[in-house]
Write a protein that binds this ligand. Structure first.
Ligand code: ATP
Ligand code: MG
Ligand code: ZN
Length: 289
């Protein structure tokens, strides 16, 4: 994908897939910039309290390059390299609302709260997370990161073998200005996984950091699901592992914080699986998968 150019320092970029990740690069090199003679720096005069100062700042092309580096550092999945708000086609009121919330979120940065997108497979949840992170990094210069929750657990487990503590890996994710956590609720629901998630969310909540989520689990609050409103510990343990409810999957402590940190959108089970629809429409045969 190529972004539009403006006449002077011409910020434009191409983004494509490199291995697992989406990678953006500027179309114009800073070295060829006529504005700064390739140094990346320009002098600027600022006035403060009636006095003028000459300061050196990055030129527009250098600033843009730095924003693209933020995009690359976010480690978005390569399959979503070209995802944007413009390429998301909402089907129905919930997807309409999801798109609006994600766009409003991006426009309102930094005065904003996160969102949780819940819904069936192939309904564009990761597409919207990727679009929001692309906008935040490239248009707003926000430090951001994307993680799939099960990959995070795997990375921490691998770190243990290399002598690293879980905190060493969670630390930077707790601090980053914007974090998108995909596949929330996925996993075995082991004490290790629940404690890791609890620590990450609690640290971000306490630090007032904005977090976005996508999940295949339902958002209905637990009291709607439990006739008596009470469940024994054994029942809760069994529920947590098998439940289709996000609250059961992540635990009350995490869910409670999500309620305060985020707007919630849930796609109905009737929402179409884009992957299947695409595969069906590009296949000449009569049968569907
Ligand atoms: N409403 C939509 N408009 C345009 N493209 C869409 C839409 N929904 C999904 N897609 C495309 O379909 C593919 C699957 O979408 P995506 O990976 O975002 O789904 P998902 O909801 O995250 O699924 P899963 O729950 O399996 O992770 C992507 O290529 C995405 O760009
Ligand atoms: Mg997804
Ligand atoms: Zn320059």
């Amino acid at each position: 994908m190529s972004a539009p150019s403006s006449p002077c320092q011409a910020p434009s970029y191409v983004v494509d897939r490199q291995g697992d990740f989406a990678v953006a690069r500027p179309e114009e090199r800073v070295e060829d910039c006529q504005h700064c003679s390739g140094t990346g720096l320009v002098a600027k005069t600022i006035t403060d309290g009636g006095r003028s100062y000459e300061v050196v700042t990055p030129c527009a092309r250098q600033q843009y390059k730095s924003k693209l580096q933020l995009f690359n550092a976010a480690h978005l999945p390569g399959v979503h390299a070209t995802a944007t708000f413009a390429s998301f086609k909402p089907y129905g009121a919930e997807q309409d609302r999801a798109l609006r919330i994600a766009m409003d979120f991006s426009q309102a940065w930094p005065k904003t709260r996160g969102f949780v997108l819940a819904g069936p497979v192939g309904t564009g949840k990761t597409h919207l997370l990727a679009s929001a992170l692309k906008f935040a990094t490239i248009e707003r210069g926000v430090r951001a990161a994307y993680i799939e929750i099960s990959l995070l657990y795997a990375t921490i487990r691998r770190g243990f073998h290399e002598g690293k503590s879980g905190g060493e890996i969670i630390g930077p994710l707790s601090q980053i200005d914007l974090l998108a956590i995909d596949e929330l609720g996925k996993g075995r629901g082991s004490p290790f996984e629940l404690e890791t998630l609890d620590e990450l969310i609690a640290r971000r909540y306490n630090a007032g950091k904005v977090t976005l989520f996508a999940t295949n689990y339902s958002l209905r609050p637990p009291e709607e699901n439990r006739a008596t409103g009470y469940a024994t510990t054994a029942e809760l343990k069994a529920e947590g592992k098998d439940s289709k409810l996000l609250c059961d999957r992540v635990g009350e402590r995490v869910y409670s914080r999500l309620c305060e940190m985020c707007d919630f959108v849930e796609f109905s089970t009737a929402t179409k699986d884009f992957r299947r629809a695409r595969a069906t429409s590009s296949r000449p045969s009569k049968s569907s998968p």
